[in-house]
Design a protein around this ligand. Sequence first.
Ligand SMILES: C[S@@+](CC[C@H](N)C(=O)[O-])C[C@H]1O[C@@H](n2cnc3c(N)ncnc32)[C@H](O)[C@@H]1O
Length: 289
Amino acid sequence: MIDAIEGEADSIVATTVELPPRIFSRIAEIVRREARIELPPSKITLVQSRLARRLRERQLESFGDYIAVIESDAEERAAMIIALTTNHTHFFRENHHFEHLRETVVPMLRERALRGPVRIWSAGCSSGQEIYSIAMCLLGKDRASAEWLNRGDVKLLATDLSPPVVEATRRAVYSADDIEPVPPAYRRRWLLQEEDEFAMSPEARRLVTARVLNLFGPWPMTRQYDVIFCRNVMIYFDALAKAELEARFVEMLTPGGYLYVGHSERLIGPAAGSMTPCGQTIYVKANRR
Ligand SMILES: C[S@@+](CC[C@H](N)C(=O)[O-])C[C@H]1O[C@@H](n2cnc3c(N)ncnc32)[C@H](O)[C@@H]1O
């Protein structure tokens, strides 16, 4: 997301190429149209810095030349949006969500898995730390606690707009710094050291499918989901886009399904009426009887 406050130190690339406000507005308009991301005027320096490399790669001398390219070249528009998204994430981010998942939701999912499929979605997954944190909560501390997953039809979906982070999710290899927040018991059991990096174990990887998906495009999934994580993604969408997305998430959840949103996010649209808050930034969908 377009956010320096979120923790990602945004290295401002030294550039002499000015981004005139008129062109910034046109860029903001394209980003709003394609990804529903809001770029307020205060983001002009950030946008100028993040797009400087795109200009260099295309050997363009001004943002005027760049706007002409992006208006006619869908590939460059996609590259621009990737350059403008912030992918800051980490394992067990907002740990209270994972405590709730372990204590309240996993027991329910184990029950459900006896009767039918279980589906979990990380929407806006970035490089996969969120979906693998979820996977480790399902697997538990050892082979015995993971056994239920071998018997049931349990699948985890991770999606993001940005192909490079989806590829990183598929690769599932992290640095020593990345895995620091992983509880030691999980680290020992579900991460395998490969020289100076750490790969998610086959048991965790087997659960996860990663796909490129723009949340504002069509959703190809045919089943409802028992749990949806969409955290630190909706913050910079406009109110209409948020309300639209929330309604789609509610529709996509099974009765009794859970939605987790980011620390500064709240359900704001009509969808809030179908969801009951049940913890800090956690909502449960009414269970039809
Ligand atoms: C800040 S990261 C959050 C990652 C993770 N959910 C977390 O909380 O740690 C936001 C992610 O949302 C993705 N994103 C932004 N707009 C999107 C859209 N319209 N469709 C799908 N993903 C989007 C970005 O590419 C980025 O990887």
